[in-house]
Design a protein around this ligand. Structure first.
Ligand code: B12
Ligand SMILES: *[C@@H]1O[C@H](CO)[C@@H](O)[C@H](O)[C@H]1NC(C)=O
Length: 429
């Protein structure tokens, strides 16, 4: 039986025209432009330390304000140089594995002719950190920082064409096998994705013994399965904020089979953007590459000649705030588990959880708290003098998807502060 010519043409097309994986809908240009501007705007506020992840995000975009990017890089360069000239070592409980990795990636995408002595010092620091992480895993079965940062470290070396000690790679592969990528008790899709990208990169470097390469391939496959299986009914892979890295991983992996998973995930991201859920600079920076169908593996391939200025990309003033607190008051209950603290506070509508904690501290002598600044914003480290990892929940048991500065409770909500398990991700402030 002869096939009709249309069917033949269709079949030929399907073979020669690759169906693009994770395509960004073309009607989203405005949404993407405004996110780009929003991210650029965060770089203007000099009261914050320059964030290498934000810079990498901006450089992987296809729209550039070269002047602003250069100004921001100069600020980053100062901290890069400070780290590179410091002594080798790790302050107790303060590994810099992830920060160093992001700085190496930022340096790479800047196309800056940084002196090779500085670059080489950075690589030495990175190797040292990865070595210490490996030792900690061998000794205590857990990294100094976490597997997300180890993956970033491996990736940062790899996109700079530096070979990573195979024992370090092996530790990552083993952790994947033993399902050790967790975030507060459940699967960390973010970590799976970052580890997946690191392993894809080192696999392509082609520098490891056959046995390890087979092991790496097996891990990449298992990571892919876990990520695909993590898709929820909204299309998110894990949750909204792990979806950008998960899509980056699928893009880096390539292949057509996951087209459906990926386009659902992209739709979830577009909806999230429309609803204004991406306002944290760190989250925007992880999303940016996806909007141009790129992943962190593309850091290796940034073409400096190609990067051109878009004179229309002018960020507004850095002081415009997206959220204005309302005039009407709302009531929010604050519960500290194991401490018998259970009180209601009145705050202006749309206040952040941070504002509420401040109000509580001011009005109630039985409540106090401390935070530590991170690239994601303030991290709650101490409640009523008890230091540790405090989990944020909405009563009764919904773990919040945002930090204290970003989350804004509704009227009548109960926020629960829960001391994390000492066995899990215990956080040393
Ligand atoms: C590891 C990790 C943790 C660990 C950190 C300790 C450890 N074992 O290393 C633990 C489990 C403690 C943790 C806690 C939380 N996390 Co977390 N975490 C991560 C992860 C996987 C990697 C972070 C990292 O190392 N970054 C790299 C380094 C270079 O950055 P860094 O600033 O130096 O890293 C430190 C801080 O960022 C801090 N940190 C970790 N998570 C968060 C979240 C917030 C909001 C803040 C302000 C700080 C912070 O711990 C890092 C290590 O010391 C990211 C995933 C991602 N996509 O980025 C999620 C992620 C950042 N976390 C997230 C969330 C929501 C939280 C919690 C708010 C959850 C909760 N309901 O309690 C809490 C923080 C509560 C608090 N006390 O303020 C979200 C943030 C989304 C958003 N919109 O901002 C992410 C993206 C995961 C996700 N997809 O849901 N986290
Ligand atoms: C807090 O107190 C209120 C009123 O006293 C009570 O109804 C509620 O169950 C308490 N919440 C928690 C989590 O203990």
């Amino acid at each position: 039986m002869a096939l009709s010519w249309q069917v033949v043409v269709f079949m030929v097309q399907a073979v020669i025209i690759p169906v693009k994986l994770c395509e960004i809908p073309s009607e989203s240009v405005h949404l993407i432009k405004s996110l780009n501007l929003k991210l650029l705007r965060t770089t203007l506020d000099i009261s914050y330390e320059a964030n290498p992840s934000v810079y990498v995000g901006l450089r992987l975009s296809e729209d550039h304000n070269l002047e602003k990017e250069e100004e921001y890089f100069q600020r980053l360069k100062a901290s890069i140089e400070a780290i590179s000239t410091s002594r080798l070592g790790i302050k107790e409980g303060e590994p810099k594995t992830g920060l160093l990795a992001l700085q190496l990636m930022a340096q790479k995408v800047s196309c800056d002719k940084t002196e090779s002595t500085i670059r080489n010092r950075l690589f030495t620091h990175m190797k040292y950190h990865l070595h210490k992480e490996k030792e900690s895993i061998a000794l205590n079965d857990k990294p100094l920082s976490n597997y997300f940062q180890i993956s970033l470290g491996i990736l940062a070396m790899c996109v700079n064409n530096k070979v990573v000690d195979r024992h370090v790679v092996h530790k990552l592969v083993l952790a994947e096998e033993k399902n050790q990528f967790v975030h507060g008790g459940s699967l960390s899709v973010d970590t799976e994705a970052m580890a997946g990208m690191a392993l894809l990169c080192v696999k392509r470097l082609n520098n490891y013994p056959r046995e390890l390469v087979l092991h790496i391939k097996k891990s990449v496959r298992s990571i892919k399965e876990k990520i695909v299986a993590s898709q929820n009914s909204n299309g998110e892979l894990g949750n909204l904020y792990s979806t950008p890295l998960a899509v980056q991983f699928l893009l880096a992996l390539g292949g057509r089979k996951d087209h459906d998973t990926c386009s659902k995930a992209i739709n979830a991201l577009m909806d999230g953007m429309k609803e204004g859920k991406f306002s944290n600079p760190m989250m925007m920076s992880q999303l940016m590459p996806v909007l141009f169908e790129k992943s962190y593996l593309d850091v290796a391939m940034v073409d400096c000649e190609e990067i051109t200025n878009n004179p229309l990309l002018i960020p507004g003033s850095p002081t415009i705030h997206d959220v204005v607190v309302g005039e009407e008051l709302i009531r929010v209950r604050l519960v500290v588990e194991w401490q018998n603290f259970n009180e209601t506070f009145e705050v202006p509508a749309r206040s952040s959880l941070l504002d509420i904690l401040k109000t509580a501290q001011k009005q109630n002598s039985r409540f106090s708290f401390e935070t530590k600044n991170t690239m994601y914003g303030p991290f709650l480290t101490t409640v009523n003098k008890v230091a540790g990892y405090w989990e944020l929940l909405k009563y009764p048991d919904i773990s919040l998807l945002q930090g204290i500065a970003d989350y804004r409770p509704e009227n009548g909500e109960t926020i629960v502060l829960r001391p994390g398990s000492f066995l899990e991700d215990f956080y040393n402030p």
